[in-house]
Design a protein around this ligand. Structure first.
Ligand SMILES: [Zn+2]
Length: 465
């Protein structure tokens, strides 16, 4: 029995204790070692001049390229093949001598991206919820801490949130068993002063209980998937109860933030929304400052905006990123499939970190239900990951009354598996939406290797209320 199965079978007080123990175990992993000094360095460097930050980034590029060329089999072979020496790459711009890297290449043989032994201790990372077959990705402990330090310095601090402030989070953790009809739909994690809220039980029937729990918890910050927080905001606006939950800030991530959703969230909770973009592969970090610009953390990764098949026709450019701090599994010029536009103005906040515009975190669409709810791609993808014998799945929506689910399946996929999948989707989308399933030999793919979970022809902003 794995840890999640065990957790599901435990009575509520034991689940609560296990969630709390998880926090105690995670605390030194996330916030031990260099975490605090990393936060201080990041806090200081944000005010450096653009020139100084560029020199600092070039130096980090040299160190990472040296590591890759000498210690990591994929890059050692690549440099030999190209006739390049590590010393040929002196600056971030010099990275253009290397080819772009597709997710498929990494997925095909992830071992080749790990350094030769002796290796630092590896920590498994989750690479986001929007693909049916997640990429195995590892980080060093120091890299995990640097990632959390960046979140602390460049997202939480910019949102006016201090270390240790009460946070209610709406991420994908399966902390409440799926299908459970009675609350509570949240668990406390005292080590992080956090209330983990399930994103899978946000039905009309349960929303009043969420509102009560959040009112009692008095979060300083709400953080999580855009679609989940938007759903809560829509409910607050519908019942007109905008005085009950008054956090200092809302932080959204993992899914694209549309202007209409931002407006709803800000009216519902009476505070600014801060958008953050990062990948489980630890190659890029872009976050919104208190002046509303999306700043690139130059110490975290090199971000290039390139014209690719992925970005053709969007008026934007694909984000191709090179991670600068995770020596456990370095990815250089990694295609993210996400898009952005170069900034046209300079941010007035005074930070030297460069900015980008129109960042679209995921190329996915959203699902609309007949009752006006919007469900994002991350919860959909997590639903598919539970279905046995399912290789890939994609939701298509052309009418608000129904969806069509295209599935690529193994030979062993049974009628029961299909019913289970439909039930899993219904748990998240409600029963008013008609769900048709269609088996296909191969799903339509995009050139960047990014699998779209939701493809919709409905206007993105429709049914926002
Ligand atoms: Zn700014």
């Amino acid at each position: 029995m794995n840890r999640q199965d065990l957790y599901r079978r435990l009575p509520l007080p034991a689940q609560q204790a296990m969630a709390a123990a998880y926090g105690v175990v995670q605390l030194p992993i996330r916030h031990g070692g260099r975490f605090r000094s990393d936060v201080r360095d990041l806090d200081a460097r944000q005010w450096w001049s653009p020139d100084r930050l560029q020199r600092d980034q070039d130096q980090r590029v040299r160190a990472m390229v040296l590591w890759c060329a000498h210690r990591v089999p994929h890059y050692r072979d690549l440099f030999a093949e190209l006739g390049l020496d590590a010393s040929d790459v002196r600056t971030a711009a010099d990275l253009a001598q290397l080819p772009m890297l597709d997710k498929e290449t990494v997925r095909a043989d992830p071992e080749r991206f790990l350094p030769d032994p002796p290796r630092p201790k590896l920590v498994a990372q989750t690479t986001g919820g929007t693909t049916g077959t997640p990429l195995a990705y590892w980080a060093t402990k120091d890299a995990v801490r640097f990632n959390y330090a960046t979140y602390e310095s460049r997202t939480r601090a910019w949102s006016g949130v201090r270390f240790g402030d009460r946070m209610a989070s709406f991420h994908g953790q399966p902390i409440v068993p799926a299908g459970q009809e009675r609350g509570p739909f949240w668990r406390r994690n005292p080590a992080f002063n956090q209330l983990y809220c399930s994103v899978y039980h946000l039905s009309d029937a349960n929303l009043p209980a969420y509102l009560d729990a959040l009112t009692a918890f008095r979060p300083v910050v709400l953080a999580g998937y855009t679609s989940a927080i938007h759903r809560l905001a829509q409910y607050v606006l519908r019942v007109g109860d905008t005085d009950r939950i008054r956090p200092r800030a809302v932080i959204v991530s993992s899914e694209t933030l549309l202007p209409a959703a931002r407006a709803d969230i800000e009216s519902a909770f009476g505070c600014p929304v801060h958008n953050a973009y990062s990948l489980g592969e630890l190659v890029a970090y872009v976050s919104e400052c208190d002046f509303g610009s999306m700043h690139v953390s130059t110490e975290y990764g090199v971000l290039e905006l390139l014209d690719t098949d992925e970005s053709a026709g969007t008026g934007r450019h694909e984000i191709v990123a090179s991670g600068l701090f995770n020596r456990a599994m370095p990815l250089l010029r990694y295609r993210t499939g996400d898009t952005a536009a170069p900034a046209t103005t300079t941010c007035e906040c005074g930070r030297g970190l460069p900015t980008v515009d129109e960042l679209t975190g995921r190329s996915d669409d959203v699902v609309h239900t007949p009752d006006g709810t919007i469900v994002g791609p991350a919860p959909m993808s997590l639903a598919f990951q539970r279905v046995p014998n399912l290789r890939r799945a994609q939701v298509h929506q052309d009418r608000v009354e129904s969806i069509r689910v295209l599935v690529e399946v193994d030979e062993d996929f049974t009628v029961d598996d299909e019913s289970f999948m439909v039930a899993e989707l219904a748990k998240r989308l409600g029963t008013a939406l008609e769900i048709d399933v269609e088996r296909v030999d191969s799903l339509p793919r995009t050139s960047g290797g990014k699998e779209r979970v939701v493809v919709s022809t409905l206007a993105r902003d429709r049914g926002d209320r």
